[in-house]
Design a protein around this ligand. Structure first.
Ligand SMILES: [Zn+2]
Length: 434
């Protein structure tokens, strides 16, 4: 087995949970004693450090979210002495103030350890040359990956973003074996390489990619793996949690979340209560070892599920399944939660339509009605009414099967729906909210 830290990565669930409980107790005591913010939050919630006796007691602690970080800009939530902070990363908030994350030497060490374990879990090691094409700078992606690669002992090519042709030359000339970047950038790189007459399969030593920082589908994974002849590994992280932190192992069956560093809960986004094992909900993170900026019961807004079932690779830590959307994107129709990502996925499986779509929700009498406008694929564009009717009922059936909600489908001419340069707006909700 290709473990970086065999003892920890394969310990039983009970032992992991024992470590988690002892770290949690230590963390809570430290925060209560040294941070005025956490001290008063805990008193408001009526919980003292001594009340945390089992892992289940974590629900008694107050949760936090991005607003807490923003309101305490730049460093009011930091709990390490200023001289112990050795790095800052700053994420550009789309609205309002950015959020600042500070790191002590131990924070950087644990972050790098997490990534080194992850890289080793799909077969990377000292012999590898890894190109980091995530952005370097205030964004935590580039430098996070960089330190992880150095920890692993592989060679790092700090390419950062941009200059795609040069990046491709470097991959060839420095015999690069793996790349870290966003999935969409890698798809772009494949196109540029083809234009340069380069075939990743035959002309390079590439064998893996570490992809994250944006949602991507299994279809995209297959596309990248086929075109490049590599393994494309899903990576999870967030600036608040440090940056990129966890990946899948070579089994590609969920992301291993290292339980000694991070405690993950899954809650109902509405009530905040724990969902059952293997059920989907909002992810809540507690970083058990963070020193500079404690992250405790952080509601990150991503929706997914976790399993504690032992992975075929032999690792025992909980595994995170693919993200299925964001809490902020959720629409509730007739009591059923619907995510634009589900609609997008269904449309992606149907050849006659594109993934350019718009969801419209409105009240019809006492009932909510959902319709989806979707552009026809130019190849399927026709004025044959029967053919169009056939396509629209095919789309409606496929959507209803996945969403469990009846959907009206309107086929649109290619190019007729609005395009978005930044964050797309795919939902128009015309309901009158009470
Ligand atoms: Zn595994």
């Amino acid at each position: 087995m290709d473990c970086w830290n065999q003892k920890i990565e394969t310990m039983g669930r009970k032992d992991i949970e024992r470590m988690q409980l002892s770290s949690l107790k230590e963390l809570v005591t430290r925060l209560y004693d040294s941070s005025p913010h956490y001290h008063s939050r805990m008193r408001e919630a009526g919980v003292l450090p001594g009340d945390i006796r089992t892992l289940e007691d974590i629900v008694r602690l107050p949760s936090m979210n991005k607003i807490d970080l923003r309101d305490n800009y730049p460093d009011k939530l930091f709990t390490a002495p200023p001289e112990d902070v050795i790095r800052y990363h700053v994420s550009s908030g789309t609205t309002g103030k950015p959020t600042v994350v500070g790191y002590t030497r131990n924070d950087i060490e644990n972050w790098s350890e997490s990534l080194a374990r992850s890289f080793a879990s799909f077969g990377l090691g000292r012999q590898d040359v890894i190109q980091v094409s995530n952005g370097y700078g205030l964004f935590s992606g580039g430098l996070g990956m960089h330190y992880g690669v150095e920890k692993l002992g592989a060679a790092v090519v700090p390419a950062s973003t941009g200059g795609t042709k040069k990046q491709i030359d470097l991959i060839k000339d420095l015999r690069v074996t793996a790349i870290a970047c966003t999935p969409s950038y890698l798809v772009h790189m494949i196109e540029v390489a083809e234009g340069m007459g380069l075939d990743f399969r035959n002309d390079t030593r590439m064998r893996a990619a570490i992809l994250g920082a944006e949602p991507w589908s299994e279809n995209m994974r297959r596309h990248i793996e086929d075109r490049m002849g590599i393994k494309a590994q899903n990576c999870y992280g967030a600036s608040e949690l440090s940056g990129p932190l966890f990946t899948e192992c070579h089994e590609q069956d969920g992301i291993h979340i290292w339980g000694d560093l991070c405690l993950i809960e899954v809650v109902d986004p509405e009530t905040g209560e724990h969902v059952g094992d293997g059920e989907r909900g909002e992810l809540v993170f507690t970083m058990l070892k963070r020193e500079a900026l404690p992250i405790i019961r952080y509601r990150i807004g991503d929706l997914s599920e976790i399993t504690w079932e032992k992975c075929n690779c032999g690792r025992t830590h909980p595994r995170l399944q693919r993200l299925t959307g964001r809490v902020d994107d959720m629409i509730i129709i007739r009591g059923i939660n619907v995510f634009p990502s589900q609609v997008e996925h269904v449309l992606g499986e149907i050849d006659e339509v594109t993934q350019q779509y718009m969801i419209i929700v409105e009240s019809r009498g006492v009932m909510d009605n959902m319709s989806v406008q979707v552009e026809l694929d130019p190849k399927a564009f026709t004025d044959d009414i029967l053919a169009l009717r056939g396509i629209s009922s095919k789309v409606a059936r496929a959507l209803q099967e996945v969403l469990n909600v009846k959907v009206d489908v309107q086929l649109m001419e290619p190019g007729s729906l609005p395009r978005f340069e930044g964050k797309s707006k795919r939902v128009i909700d015309k309901r009158v909210m009470m």
